[in-house]
Design a protein. Sequence first.
Length: 364
Amino acid sequence: MSRGYIGSPHADITAGVFSIDRHRELIVPNRCIGVQDTGGRGTDGAVLRQVMLTGDVTYGHLREVSMPTSYFDAHPSYQFPDWTDASGNVFCTIPRAYWWRGNMPDVADGTTPRWTMLLSPVPREGFASNPGAFSRSGVWLDQYYYGKYRGHNAGSSKVGSKAGQTPWGDVSFDNYRTYCSNNGADYHMVSLFEWHEILARAVIERKTFQLVPEASRVTPALCVYRGINDFAYGPTGASDVRAEWMDGIRIDASGNYEVWGEAGGTYNVTVIAPPIYSGESTYYGQSILSGGMFDSLFMAAALGPDTTCMIPDLSGGKPATNNTGRVCSSNFYAGYGHYGAFSSYFSDLSSFTSTAIGSRLAKW
């Protein structure tokens, strides 16, 4: 994805909120929406403002906006219609989108470089799609199908995605992966690239990285996002599933990240080692890792306390010991503040099982 500071003397920056009523003629056809870091920090992460690109990304043509839910209801990148397969498994259809991430001048002062993330539903110069979610065997996909429900035991060593079923935990990463693929061609266990694609859209809509606060993560009705059920749901019962295995990224025997080069592709070795966490003061993402496939993820480049965090979760990182050859899970457990929607946890071997860890079925 395109990166870097888009500083320009031609940047058309004006302070103040962009009124939907005063500028409807510009907003209605313009679907390039995003967020910008204001520089503020707190226990809910970076303080974000919603922005809209009103011209060429090269010149940083941004306006601050505050769009109502109805805007996103009509936006093509926020429509996740249900799709049901021949076995009755239900999925949310996630349409391909195009992204720009990098620094742009602060819309308030026109000068200070601020982290900015923009989404376009159509191709746009300087924007790129998430290859870990939408590129498959060298072919770009128009959508992928994400399990509407947490995976359940559908029998015959298969994972299902249906309403009213008990989430299937106590299954290893390796076996969950196999049981998902047993449904047929292109069925697979969800990946972190697919999950973070959805989270990126939610961040823009909700203007925060704190997508589901800890107190809300125990209430199923509050853990639904655009049709996706159990969205960062983290019940606290002893046998409740509250974490999900995520494919697409892992830590190799040397302690560095390995990531897919495209959806379902082989793992590629990197020279990037996750930061080490060792206690509450080192649990929270202070900045976001960038470059290559990491441009489609929200992995912490550094960890620190919650009072100065950008992402209010343990978003990447590894424990100080037993930290090689580990796979990824996202833990939403409401019992700890450092778990949440962006949690990316690398402490378990692919053979490990826990009643707390399940996953979801997906399909390309």
